[in-house]
Design a protein around this ligand. Structure first.
Ligand code: 5GP
Length: 130
């Protein structure tokens, strides 16, 4: 079981922003930006492009809804999208609110937030999820 499956199952806590039958969205614990969200399929698969077509296509549509909510909740120009997947072997998409290209860089120092701040960020995004 991957760490993300444990998060999805509620065995490990997370700051959830959205969920449906097939996908789970939550704040990255080591964010490069305020409102940095991860979207993962509930179905366990390591590599994004090994997902079956329906799960991958549905993940894009679910991510669109999450990105729309992020953009409403967090001041930004766009929501950047990236896939790395070298750390956690459970497919996921990074959604990152950005105002400039450098905001996407994973080499920058990670942002620090208190639990209460993480909670408020997740709640603000969740409140805008449709
Ligand atoms: P990647 O696999 O895309 O290279 O990186 C995994 C991402 O997941 C990183 O940005 C990291 O901060 C995040 N991450 C790793 N473990 C956890 C966790 O237990 N909880 C949360 N919320 N994020 C995690």
């Amino acid at each position: 079981m991957t760490i993300f499956s444990k998060i999805i199952a509620g065995e490990i806590p997370s700051y959830k922003v959205a969920e449906d039958d097939a996908y789970y969205a939550f704040l990255d614990i080591n964010p490069v930006a305020k409102g940095h969200v991860l979207v993962a399929p509930k179905k366990e698969e390591d590599y994004l492009f090994d997902l079956d077509d329906d799960t991958l296509a549905g993940m894009a549509l679910f991510s669109k809804r999450v990105a729309t909510a992020i953009r409403k909740a967090i001041p930004c120009k766009r929501v950047g999208v990236t896939v790395i997947g070298l750390e956690v072997p459970h497919a996921h998409i990074h959604l990152i609110p950005i105002t400039k290209e450098a905001d996407m860089l994973f080499t920058q120092p990670k942002k620090k937030f208190e639990p209460e701040e993480f909670k408020a960020i997740a709640a603000a995004i969740a409140a805008n999820f449709e």
